[in-house]
Design a binder for this molecule. Structure first.
Ligand code: COA
Length: 435
């Protein structure tokens, strides 16, 4: 720890020049037939067109998914080969659970700071409608045996020991490999440990929807969200996020039954982020390159920080640990920030983190500091909604947050914004942007 990440290396600085996302739609709805790669290709193609950048100028694509397509594991390279980028554009994929596109952005920025690239496209995509479904180990072994069998009887014999249960498909679970706990169970545990009530969670979820609905009404997302025409027929167009609910209320939220602990739990479909399809992308440049090409930066990268904690404990406390790293490196405090965008995996997780940010005890016990990190007032927090109301296509969320914050800083023509996520494995990510 203690490492610095100067916002400028040898005079080079990193700027967010542009960005775009698809609408975020509930899994199984408008984008259900589209793969993560198709979502990614759609958003990057349109980003390039809108920005007017000559595709050959792109040095690198850094992109990611959380649930990988086994037929296209390096989605970044497949993306180059699918959209309007020349084959000569280098590409690699990253994965960091819900902080995947934050990692993509930081990796792109690091290359720019080192002088290894001048123009990078970064982002992430997820299709929760088209998830790879696995077979049992016994079935896979039988397939392998049959594959190497020399004749038909041997091929048939390979399958003879299989039981019906071996044939059952196994969809991936949103569970920690190391603990077996689902995200929802971890959030329940955090709600209990931090004394977060059901009412507080529902109030937070309601605010999230109100802010997202208002943002759409105010046109905040009009230039940030493309219209996605669904291939191959292009008859269906996803034009807006379909998760924000103008008609939700505390009464409706209170009526929902807990999902992860049906008897004593507080976490419901209403105060959780829903399973979502979508993709996002950022156009990131070295400052002088942007200037030379006539692009006005939306925002500058000021610092970043990553942290990791024991998944057996409070899995989703990443923002509390990653934020002070990014703030210290930037020489800032929480009070210096004009905007804070925290990924909303669950209302209970955001509220647990906010409570820890404000707690002297947490600061002392877990960070060795005398003072708490501070309070984040509602008017600075997730001002245009968050993952509960906008949805959460895992790998696309970080870039969605960075894009919205960069555009808001540009709109205000001043200020500093923190973007932070918790992520599976007990990871945390934080980025500070400024204008
Ligand atoms: C929580 C979860 C299991 C709910 O899934 P689901 O049951 O398919 O959710 P639905 O959208 O069908 O919602 C269930 C019900 O709640 C209602 N509901 C959901 N949000 C609501 C809201 N804000 N206001 C009012 N009603 C709401 C729905 O209308 C639906 O009602 P219905 O059964 O009458 O149609 C799922 O979203 C999930 O697994 N989320 C967590 C994902 C996760 O772990 N992510 C990782 C975090 S980083």
């Amino acid at each position: 720890m203690g490492a610095t990440n100067p916002a400028s290396v040898d005079g080079r600085r990193v700027v967010v020049v542009d960005g775009l996302r698809t609408p975020f739609t509930k899994a199984g709805t408008d984008l259900r037939d589209v793969t993560a790669l198709e979502l990614a290709a759609g958003v990057v193609t349109e980003l390039l067109q809108r920005s007017g950048l000559e595709p050959a100028r792109v040095d690198r694509v850094v992109y990611g998914t959380v649930i990988h397509d086994v037929k296209a594991p390096n989605i970044a390279r497949e993306l180059v080969l699918t959209c309007d980028l020349p084959e000569s554009v280098d590409a690699y994929s990253v994965t960091r659970a819900c902080a995947t596109s934050t990692q993509a952005f930081v990796s792109g920025a690091q290359a720019i700071l080192l002088g290894d690239a001048e123009i990078v496209i970064t982002g992430g995509a997820e299709s929760m409608s088209k998830i790879p479904v696995l077979y049992s180990e016994r079935f896979v072994e039988a397939l392998m045996e049959a594959n190497s069998a020399k004749d038909l009887p041997s091929k048939v014999k390979a399958f003879s020991a299989l039981r019906p249960k071996d044939l059952a498909p196994q969809p991936p679970a949103i569970a920690e490999r190391s603990t077996g706990e689902t995200m929802g169970e971890s959030a329940e545990k955090m709600a209990r440990m931090n004394g977060i009530s059901r009412e507080e969670q529902d109030e937070f979820a309601l605010r999230s929807h109100q802010k997202a609905v208002e943002a759409w009404e105010k046109g905040i997302y009009d230039d940030e969200v493309m219209h996605f025409h669904v291939p191959p027929a292009f008859e269906i167009t996803a034009a807006r996020d379909n998760i924000p609910r103008p008609d939700t209320s505390l009464e409706k939220l209170a009526a929902l039954r807990p999902v992860f602990d049906r008897r004593y739990g507080t976490i419901t479909a209403g105060n959780s982020s829903p399973l979502t399809d979508g993709a996002s992308a950022l156009l990131v440049m070295e400052e002088k390159t942007a200037e030379r090409l006539g692009y006005e930066p939306l925002a500058y990268l000021r610092s970043w920080g990553f942290a990791a904690l024991d998944p057996n404990w409070q899995l989703l406390m990443g923002p509390f640990f990653a934020t002070p790293i990014a703030l210290d490196r930037a020489g800032l405090t929480l009070d210096d920030l004009d905007l804070v965008d925290i990924h909303e995996a669950f209302a209970a997780q955001v509220l647990s983190n906010l409570r820890a940010f404000a707690s002297a005890e947490w600061a002392q016990r877990h960070l060795g500091r005398d003072e708490p990190l501070g309070e984040i007032p509602d008017e600075k927090l997730n001002i245009y909604g968050g993952s509960i109301s906008l949805g959460h296509p895992f790998a696309a969320t970080g870039a969605r947050q960075i894009l919205t914050m960069a555009r808001e800083l540009a709109r205000r023509d001043r200020g500093k914004a923190l973007i932070t996520q918790c992520a599976a494995g007990g990871l945390g990510a934080a980025v500070v942007l400024e204008r």
